[in-house]
Structures are given as C-alpha cells and as structure tokens.
Design a protein around this ligand. Structure first.
Ligand code: SDX
Length: 384
C-alpha cells in the first residue's frame, strides 16, 4: 500500500529553489549580501536597482552610465501612449484599476520591444532597464489621463523617484518627498520567493519571455494578500476613521478591531508568511512616513496615531505585526498619492527584483513543475 502524499498548504516552509539575489529571514533581510537598513540609509534606489540587476554595487562611473541609460529609456512608444490616453476612461467609466492598466501597458510594450523574444542575458538586461525606466512613465501618464490632464514628459534632470512623482502631478517634488519615495522603493525592491516573484520565475522557467513573466507578476502582486495590501491598508484606516469619527478614541478603535476579530476579518498590512515577529522594512518606512506627516500637519499626524493604536492592539492581542504595506499606506497618503497608485508604485520598485529573478532563472533553468496530491473521486467507470 502506498501512502498518499501530503501537501504543504500555500507551500508554507517549502524550499522551492536557490537564489543569489536575496535572503528573507526573521533575523535579517539581505539583498546580495547587503542588509536592508544599510541600503535604506546609504544607497539610492538606482544603486539598489543596479545591485539587483547586475549583481554588484556600481562604481560611480557605472552608476552614472546606468542612470543615463534609464533616463534615455523613459519615453514610451506611441502605441502605448495611445492606450494610456484612453486609460482614464477605462478607470473612471469602466471596471479597470491602475494595476490592470499597468499590466496591459507592460504587455503592449512587449509587442514593440526589439528584444522581446530574446531570452539571452544581454537582451534580458536591456529589457530590465527599459522596463525599469518605462514603468514610472506608464504610471504617470495613466494618472494624468485619470485626472483629465495632459501627459507630463519625463524630466531627464530628475532621479528615478523624483521623476516618478513629477510625472504623476506635473510638479517637482520637495527633496523630502523625493527621499521618502526613494527609500520606499529601496525597501520594496526585492523579497526572494514572494508570490509575484515566484510567478515570474514559473513563467521564465517555461522559457517564457521577460515581458510575459513581468505581466504575470503584476497580476500576482495586485491581490490584497500580497502587494495590493498597501492600498487595502489605507482603505482600512479610512474605514476606521469613517466609523469612529474625527478623534482617535482608543475605546472606539478597540471596539472596531474586536468586531473585525469576531468576524474573522484579516487586517490589511498585518502578518507575513516569513516574518512572524515583525518585518524589517516596516519600522524604517514608518519612521520616515511619520516625519513626513509631522511636516504636513495635524491631519496626517492623526492618521499615523490611528495606525499606531491599531498596530498596538494587533501586537498586544494577536501577536501579529505590521508588514511593509501598513506604513506604506499611511506614508503614500501623507505624500498625496492617490490610493489606487500605491500598488503600481510597488511595481515600479519590484520590477528590479522580478527582472533579477527572471535572469537568474533563464541562466540556470529547469522547468518548475511540482506535483500535487490528488484528493478527488476514486476511480469510477463512465458507463456504469
Ligand atoms: C506582501 O511574501 C512576501 O515576501 C510578500 C511581501 C513582499 O515584499 O513581496 O512581503 C509583500 O505581500 C506583504 C503581505 C501583505 N498582505 C497583507 O497585509 C494581507 C493581510 N495579511 C494576511 O492575510 C496574512 O498575514 C498573509 C497573507 C500576509 C500571510 O498569510 P499566511 O502565512 O498564510 O498566514 P495565515 O493567513 O495562515 O495566518 C496565520 C494566523 C491565522 O490565525 P489562526 O487561524 O491560525 O488562528 O494568523 C492570523 C490568521 O488568521 N492572521 C491574521 C492576519 N494575518 C495572519 N489575522 C488577522 N489579520 C491579519 N492580517
């Protein structure tokens, strides 16, 4: 008699591959050997992007060349601009959300990229840089279409983060806003075998191409249990504010949360498959976001105070900690970014991690094809 195989639900605890790119542990988060707090304090997003894509920290001349390549690739082909002109209508009058527009935008880019069918390392690196440069332009053009404004051209004088913010609003961000955005992109850039990265590697393992793998990864990131949680976390805080009124009354917040616990609702921005005692990225972003809130005024400080009370109740009563998406929601809100763009901005960063993983998969490929435990009906005859 054979024993039926058992499955790890959600593949929890399964080691599904090897990587040189990132290590996620409760004790540390490392990108290619560098600790996340070190990177957040000392590296720009462009430097981290280079580190992830190329494998080593750039020299100053390598960094300058990399930045120049990104700037040169920011403009979008006319066909993608045409699609984005209509994206405001799709979002405002139909059923699209910005993550869907971004997914389709990346998919259209593949039709127009001269390297799209080539999985060679050099072609993959060229495509990684193009996608990294083009995704903020898709987000910016889309936001202007949603708001009924003309597109804002990419600004070659600005960093990746400042350009992203300018293209969404038409205004140069303050140095403080640029810094907060830059650190958030550093924190979001990579996280080993999370669901969207695993999706991209599965697609790459069939010898599927980079744009296809990224398109699939965007679809995976959209879900609320994954990257969509930064939007959902902010929506949840807005719901709490609506229900408790303008003051941060701890008794009312506690009651709101006890209702959520009783109804077994998941609190967005809390919990993590790997980090059971806290996400390394969350306190870094929380501190930056709170400082931005203090600079912006009472309304934003009150939002952070609400979040801190929610966090304390979760920790005290459930022993569940915030993940990076919880402070991200409050931070991007403080910066005036429209909530439905929070997860697309996550993409603008995670594209680096995805592309690094797609290249690693193509460089040492074997088809990813696990088994599954069959739990359906026993063998039966069609005619009887
Ligand atoms: C990201 O994987 C990555 O690395 C992802 C990411 C990245 O950088 O790529 O870090 C980014 O996706 C962060 C996660 C964003 N998602 C959310 O914030 C959504 C809310 N969180 C959860 O639904 C949950 O914590 C997950 C999905 C993040 C993790 O799910 P697991 O590992 O399957 O854990 P679980 O759902 O089985 O929870 C274990 C227990 C359960 O209680 P019991 O049934 O055992 O009593 O903890 C409870 C859960 O009910 N729990 C929560 C909770 N998270 C876990 N209860 C209430 N609210 C929560 N948020």
């Amino acid at each position: 008699m054979t024993t039926a195989p058992t499955a790890a639900k959600g593949l929890e605890g399964v080691i599904a591959g090897e990587t040189e790119i990132c290590n996620v542990e409760q004790t540390s988060l490392i990108y290619r050997g560098y600790e996340i707090a070190d990177l957040a304090a000392n590296a720009s997003f462009e430097e981290v992007a280079y580190l992830l894509l190329v494998g080593e920290k750039p020299t100053s001349s390598e960094l300058a060349a990399f930045k120049a390549e990104l700037v040169a690739e920011r403009a979008l082909p006319a066909q993608v601009c045409e699609f984005l002109k209509g994206s405001g209508d799709l979002v405002n009058n139909h059923n699209a959300v910005p993550m869907d527009i971004l997914r389709t935008g990346v998919s259209i880019l593949s039709h127009l990229d001269g390297d799209s069918q080539d999985n060679a390392p050099e072609a993959n690196l060229r495509k990684s840089k193009r996608l990294l440069a083009q995704i903020p332009t898709i987000i910016g053009h889309m936001q202007n279409s949603i708001d009924g404004r003309d597109f804002v051209a990419p600004d070659a004088s600005l960093s990746h983060s400042a350009n992203l913010l300018k293209m969404m609003t038409g205004e140069n961000p303050t140095p403080e806003a640029e810094k907060v955005m830059d650190v958030s992109l550093v924190l979001y850039a990579e996280h080993d075998y999370n669901a969207s990265t695993f999706t991209s590697r599965i697609i790459a393992s069939t010898l599927g191409d980079m744009h296809g793998a990224v398109t699939g990864a965007i679809a995976a990131l959209k879900g609320k249990l994954h990257g969509g949680a930064n939007e959902a976390a902010m929506d949840m805080l807005s719901d709490i504010r609506r229900d408790i009124g303008p003051e941060n009354d701890t008794a009312k917040i506690t009651e709101w949360m006890h209702n959520a616990f009783a109804e077994k609702r998941k609190l967005m921005g809390f919990g993590h498959r790997v980090y059971k005692n806290g996400d390394h990225r969350a306190p870094i972003l929380h501190a930056l976001g709170r400082k931005a809130a203090e600079a912006r005024g009472d309304e934003f400080v009150k939002l952070f105070e609400l979040g801190e009370t929610v966090q304390k109740i979760m920790e005290d009563e459930k022993n569940i900690y915030p993940n990076v998406d919880f402070p991200c929601g409050m931070t991007y809100f403080t910066m005036g970014i429209p909530v439905p763009q929070y997860t697309p901005i996550f993409v603008a960063s995670r594209i680096t991690g995805w592309c690094a993983h797609i290249m690693e998969q193509h460089a040492n490929n074997r088809l990813i094809r696990p088994r599954v435990a069959y739990v359906g009906p026993a063998l039966r005859n069609w005619k009887s």
